[in-house]
Design a protein around this ligand. Structure first.
Ligand code: CMP
Length: 140
């Protein structure tokens, strides 16, 4: 099934100058980039995006990190895009991520893990609409 998913190149990966390499891996694995932009979240906006984690102990640190510098948000489209993106990213903890995955290659720890990807169709729809209006996406 053709799906869309939201991807974020996080501030740590932007600081490492690996935006191009990360987007290359998506395209090399058959995912199309149908929307993209760079922005710098305020701590409040980061808190709105990660509201599902608001009761977790790491919430404050996560929103501080996610607002610490620019991010690159994009929409990836393709066959089973949600699962495929998660495979390309690797496990949340870079130390546990498989060899050749983005998080293994560019992540630092369980928080500064280079990329975010939606985990299910419902969250993908919500996350895409959080960042992109209809005129900013180019499906197909
Ligand atoms: P992400 O896929 O963006 O979804 C939630 C984020 O919270 C996750 O990647 C990490 O950046 C962060 N995160 C998850 N678990 C922890 C943890 N135990 N400590 C700190 N940050 C975490």
């Amino acid at each position: 099934m053709i799906e869309q998913t939201l991807s974020i190149v996080k501030p740590d990966a932007v600081r490492k100058h690996v935006i191009g390499e990360i987007l290359r891996r998506f395209e090399a694995n058959g995912l199309r980039i149908t929307a993209a932009k760079m922005l710098h979240l305020s701590p409040e906006a980061a808190a709105r995006f990660y509201v599902v984690h608001k009761d977790k102990g790491f919430f404050g640190s996560l929103t501080k990190f996610m607002s610490s510098g620019p991010i690159l948000v994009s929409v990836l489209e393709g066959e089973n895009a949600i699962a495929k993106n998660r495979e390309i990213m690797g496990a949340t903890d870079p130390a546990k991520a498989a060899a050749g995955t983005i998080r293994r290659d560019f992540g630092t720890d369980v928080e500064q893990n280079a990329v975010h990807g939606s985990d299910a169709p419902d969250t993908a729809r919500w996350e895409i609409s959080f960042f992109f209006g209809q005129l900013e996406t180019h499906p197909g």
